[in-house]
Design a protein around this ligand. Structure first.
Ligand code: ATP
Length: 474
């Protein structure tokens, strides 16, 4: 069968958009094409409004082109594609492109049923019942929205988490946050937990690592207490479950989680999950579970950019009541790029050294305190390494990068490599020029400016650059 209009449109958009953007907004849309009308179903209001706001024009353009110049009538609705088209008539609320202000439904107030007061902050050992199940909430009080520093890389995840905390079980259910290690996923889970408990101290909120879920289940099976296990997890108001990729290849746990998941969703109780990768890419997890993960809202957290890394360091220093000069925070953030946990570790070391020696925290002091860490970083990201990685990425030879060739297929990767060398190493412009086949420092400067500009306006370059930074910093 020929591809539908929407499939074709998705294919084009997948080429045009960065993967994260496509996966978050376009991939979850289902379509129904009937009588010259294309109806797109968004999993929730947030996605629908976003799609209307940001992509309506593009979608219209693509559909018109694919449909031989004729613009099909396009609708975007909240819901899932009905199996029977008659049901589609009843699916409310509807919103037509170009009529954005009509019939946006109100978000309902939180749907929590009363549960016993269970919030016990800062408890290290969690009380457990006879089946070994955790009885109390275990939300870490020090992970809040207030001390979560916002930047481009985590803005959307934070906004969605805030909305969920405001309207648990209603706004986006489940909320799925994914991204690399140490980028703040766990922090956001607890921040939601704290906010829900602030608003309703009686709420039964459970944070748990997926491994714990598996362990508890195994124990329950051994102790013949599986019924109590089921009841326990199905009675919570919000289940915050971390690192879901640990369910891979654990079929029985997946089965149990599948039922828990369904029960909570049916009861309008909130589920938030995190994983180190996009749900559909978690291998060894059943498809029915993966597809459910995407029913609500799926959002990526990216590694923080320089400004955010500086802000995080300043915030953490302030929390620790340490005087960290801005230029020192900048010095550390510029060199440690991979994730926030690494930044925190470095700051803790600097503070410990400062306390120990009684010296003020200066750049010189930090160079000494973090000597081995910085040396490792320098060793990891060399110009040579950058040139090899960029050549491999663009499928050209390192010799091409160093050559005088000016064709676009070589010149652009060369400029990208120069910009990366400037950003990721502490070499000067003349040194970088030298390392790129003896070029002048003004050529390097021009390359840096050009790439900065292109990253603003060209999605491919933006994506390439981010991918390369990720590869080089991991
Ligand atoms: N934007 C941020 N603002 C303030 N602190 C942050 C931010 N992002 C991360 N952190 C801090 O970095 C540390 C690591 O974050 P967290 O444990 O939430 O990462 P994670 O994404 O869950 O990683 P993992 O997958 O390894 O569990 C935490 O101490 C957290 O408070």
């Amino acid at each position: 069968m020929a591809n539908s209009l929407w499939q074709n449109c998705q294919n084009v958009m997948q080429q045009d958009l960065p993967a994260q953007e496509f996966n978050t907004w376009i991939r979850p849309l289902q379509s129904l094409e009937e009588g010259g009308v294309v109806t797109l179903f968004a999993p929730n209001k947030f996605v629908r409004d976003w799609v209307l706001d940001k992509y309506a024009d593009t979608i219209n353009q693509h559909l018109t082109q694919i449909n031989s110049g004729q613009l099909p009538s396009l609708r975007v609705e909240v819901g899932t594609k009905p199996t029977d088209s008659r049901v589609a008539q009843q699916a409310a609320p509807k919103l037509e492109i170009g009529n954005k202000l009509n019939s946006i439904p109100d978000i309902k107030p939180p749907a929590f049923s009363p549960a016993p007061a269970v919030h016990v902050p800062k408890a290290n050992v969690q009380p457990r019942n006879e089946a070994g199940l955790q009885l109390k909430s275990n939300i870490r009080e020090n992970y809040t929205f207030d001390n979560f520093v916002e930047g481009k890389s985590n803005q959307l995840a934070r906004a969605a988490a805030c909305q969920v905390a405001d309207n648990p079980g209603v706004s986006y259910n489940p909320l799925f946050l994914y991204g690399g290690v140490g980028l703040g996923k766990t922090h956001l889970l607890h921040a939601v937990g704290n906010e829900i408990l602030n608003r309703n101290p009686d709420a039964k909120v459970i944070y748990m690592h997926s491994e714990r879920f598996v362990q508890d289940m195994v124990k329950a099976l051994q102790n013949n207490a599986i019924e109590s296990f089921k009841k326990h997890y199905r009675s919570v108001n919000a289940l915050l479950i971390d690192d879901i990729q640990f369910f891979a290849k654990k079929e029985r746990s997946q089965e149990e989680f599948f039922h828990t998941f369904n029960a909570l969703l049916e009861g309008n109780q909130q589920i938030i999950m995190t994983s180190d990768r996009y749900p559909k890419e978690i291998e060894g997890v059943e498809d029915r579970l993966k597809s459910r993960f995407g029913w609500g809202l799926t959002i990526a957290i990216e590694p923080p950019e320089l400004e955010t890394r500086v802000a995080i360091l300043m915030k953490k220093a302030q929390e620790a009541k340490v005087n960290l000069p801005h230029e020192v925070a900048f010095f550390i953030a510029k060199r440690l790029r991979s994730h926030v946990r690494e930044l925190e570790g470095a700051l803790n070391r600097v503070v410990a050294h400062a306390n120990f020696t009684g010296k003020p925290i200066t750049i010189e002091f930090v160079k000494e305190a973090l000597r081995d860490l910085l040396a490792l970083q320098e060793k990891l990201v060399t110009i040579d390494n950058i040139q090899r990685t960029v050549a491999e990425y663009y499928k050209i030879k390192v010799a091409d990068i160093l050559s005088k060739r000016r064709s676009r297929s070589v010149a652009r990767p060369r400029q990208v490599a120069m910009a990366l060398a400037k950003e990721l190493t502490s070499h000067s412009l003349p040194e970088i020029g030298d390392a790129f086949g003896g070029r002048d420092h003004t050529t390097v400067l021009h390359a840096c400016r050009k790439i900065k500009e292109l990253r603003e306006e060209n999605l491919d370059i933006k994506e390439d650059y981010l991918n390369l930074i990720r590869t080089l910093s991991s």
